[in-house]
Design a protein around this ligand. Structure first.
Ligand SMILES: Cc1cc2nc3c(=O)[nH]c(=O)nc-3n(C[C@H](O)[C@H](O)[C@H](O)COP(=O)(O)OP(=O)(O)OC[C@H]3O[C@@H](n4cnc5c(N)ncnc54)[C@H](O)[C@@H]3O)c2cc1C
Length: 386
């Protein structure tokens, strides 16, 4: 094999790019990133809503965010490129006591993990944030003002640009088609651009991660799931620094995008699969939830051609799967983000680089997110998913 690398990363989305960057931070420069598309961002990263938050319900997800959110705030200093970070907050709105108790419990868990600025709000506080809300049934909520939004493509490009400046090689338009394993030990990859010899391969293939793992003979429980976003035409009159507004009762949530409103709802009838076209019938369902919470949104105009769909990469417990494969020496997983891969990309890059270089990390307890947790009955369900 003509090419050799210390580490090969399969996939140049936001996760592969962050891993490349963090490897160079740790002094590993002979890194090859292989991306089958002719440009970056055509996977899930370019479809993301760009929401970033630390308001989670499990210690490990909170800790991933406690590393990642300040990283977004100093992204330009670290990489020399903008992240588009807007700390406008995420505001969870509760309409029943069960949800309020849940938010209170999460707040104390978040504080115990070092996130100090999550506030519980009254219904009056929430009305002040968005006077147009129908709020007669809202009893309170929670807000964290360092949550907010980034520009996912900008973050991905910033990570990769700095990594390339430091010596990383990026092959675009090249597919990894095989992984060489000999007696349980990895020795390289086969690509459409030839073979590459390497003792370490990182799977950062997003929704396609299970297929890449299978190339090495490893099982990885990651499934693609279609997710659709509805963007309205310009809708003036919303407050300038509006948080991501989350209606906990329906799961409908929205933020401003330019002059329009960008809306998401998980729906109830999605089946795992690679189907990723936008279904125009979805618009009416989303607008029903929108008008129920913000009556003025009954007048939102939507052009289906400006709406889009992409793929979440779901794991069985809605947490990422990070770290070495127990079956193939040299194979690492950075997969299964279940809709949180943009917000957790900084922590993921750091954790994978730590594990490759030092065999340990202090960002999280790495045992929590290894793939063995499923076989060993240690799965940890995240309930604060959107
Ligand atoms: C509609 C939608 C909204 C979302 N909103 C948010 C949000 O608000 N906040 C958030 O944090 N997350 C959000 N997500 C999830 C987030 O986008 C993903 O978790 C994240 O982008 C995953 O990044 P990735 O780099 O792992 O995957 P990807 O961006 O999919 O990158 C994987 C790359 O691997 C390449 N690849 C695959 N197989 C091969 C191969 N064999 N050889 C070479 N290359 C290969 C692909 O071409 C692709 O470019 C959203 C996702 C969707 C679909």
């Amino acid at each position: 094999m003509a090419t050799t690398a210390d580490v090969v990363i399969v996939g140049a989305g936001i996760v592969g790019s962050s891993i490349a960057y963090h490897l160079t931070e740790a002094g590993v420069r002979n890194v090859l990133v292989v991306e089958r598309e002719t440009r970056q961002g055509l996977g899930s990263t370019g479809k993301s809503m760009g929401g970033v938050r630390a308001q989670f319900a499990t210690d490990v997800n909170i800790r991933m965010s406690v590393y990642s959110m300040p990283f977004f705030a100093r992204f330009e200093e670290a990489t020399g490129h903008p992240s588009g970070y807007k700390p406008h907050g995420y505001l969870f709105m509760a309409t029943n006591e069960w949800h309020m108790t849940y938010l209170r419990k999460n707040q104390s868990r978040q504080k115990s993990q070092g996130l100090k600025n999550v506030e519980l709000l009254t219904a009056d506080d929430i009305r002040k944030v968005l006077p147009q809300l129908r709020s007669d049934d809202i009893i309170g909520g929670s807000l964290c003002l360092t949550d907010g939004f980034v520009d996912p493509e900008s973050v991905m490009n910033g990570f990769m640009a700095r990594a390339v400046e430091r010596g990383v090689t990026l092959w675009r338009g090249t597919e990894v088609t095989g992984i060489y394993v000999d007696h349980g030990k990895l020795s390289g990859v086969l690509t459409t651009n030839g073979g590459v010899s390497s003792p370490i391969v990182v799977n950062a293939a997003g929704p396609w991660a299970a297929a890449v793992a299978r190339m090495a003979g490893a099982e990885l429980p990651v499934e693609p799931l279609r997710r659709m976003l509805v963007l309205s035409e310009p809708f003036p009159g919303l407050p300038e620094r509006l948080p991501m507004m989350v209606d906990m009762t329906s799961g409908w949530h929205f933020r401003q995008e330019g002059l329009g409103v960008l809306m998401a709802w998980a729906g109830t009838d999605q089946q795992p699969g690679f189907r990723a076209d936008f279904d125009p019938a979805f618009i009416e369902k989303v607008l029903t939830h929108a008008a129920a919470r913000v009556p003025d949104f009954a007048n939102l105009a939507v052009n289906p051609r400006r709406c889009w769909a992409g793929l979440y990469e779901m794991s069985p417990d809605h947490h990422a799967i990070l770290g070495p494969s127990p079956d193939v020496q040299g194979l690492y997983f950075a997969n299964g983000f279940s809709g949180h891969g943009v917000m957790h990309s900084p922590a993921t890059g750091r954790i994978i680089a730590d594990l490759i270089v030092h065999g340990q990390t202090h960002i999280i307890d790495a045992q929590d997110l290894n793939v063995q947790r499923f076989a060993e009955g240690r799965a940890i369900e995240e309930t604060a998913i959107l």
